[in-house]
Design a protein. Structure first.
Length: 130
C-alpha cells in the first residue's frame, strides 16, 4: 500500500510536470494550456456518455434479476478514467482515455477481474451471498 501511495503522490506528479514542461517547450505554453483544457473537456464528455451507458446497462441487468458484475467493473473504470482525464497532465489523460474507451477497457477489466478473484480466494475480502 505504501508503494502505491508513493507512486500516486510523488512519482506521478513529477512525471506529469516533466512531460508538461517538455510539451510546453515544443508547442508553446499557451498551446499546452489549451490542450490540457481540451482534454479535460473531452474527458468530462466521455465520462458522461460512457457513464450513462454503463448506468443503463447496470439498471437493465438488475431489472432482469442478474447481479451487475461486468457493468460494475465498467462503472469503476469509467469513474477512474473520468477522474484521470480531469486531472491536468498528459500521462494521466492517456491512462484515463484507456479506461474510458470500451475497446481498451476490456483487457483492463480482464486483469482487474482476475485480481479480484485472487483476492477473494485468498480471503483478503469477505463477501456475502444469499
Amino acid at each position: 500500500m505504501f508503494r502505491l501511495l508513493l507512486l500516486l503522490f510523488i512519482v506521478v506528479p513529477i512525471v506529469e510536470i516533466y512531460v508538461l514542461i517538455q510539451v510546453g517547450k515544443v508547442i508553446g505554453g499557451w498551446t499546452t494550456i489549451l490542450l490540457i483544457l481540451l482534454t479535460s473537456a473531452l474527458g468530462a464528455y466521455l465520462a458522461k456518455t460512457q457513464g450513462r451507458i454503463t448506468w443503463q446497462r447496470m439498471q437493465m441487468e438488475l431489472s432482469m434479476g442478474r447481479p451487475p458484475g461486468d457493468s460494475l467493473l465498467d462503472g469503476i473504470s469509467v469513474l477512474i478514467g473520468g477522474m484521470l482525464l480531469l486531472t491536468p497532465g498528459f500521462v494521466t489523460d492517456a491512462m484515463g482515455l484507456l479506461l474510458l474507451l470500451p475497446i481498451t477497457r476490456e483487457p483492463i477489466k480482464r486483469v482487474l477481474r482476475r485480481w479480484l478473484e485472487r483476492q477473494l480466494q485468498k480471503g483478503n475480502w469477505i463477501y456475502y451471498r444469499k
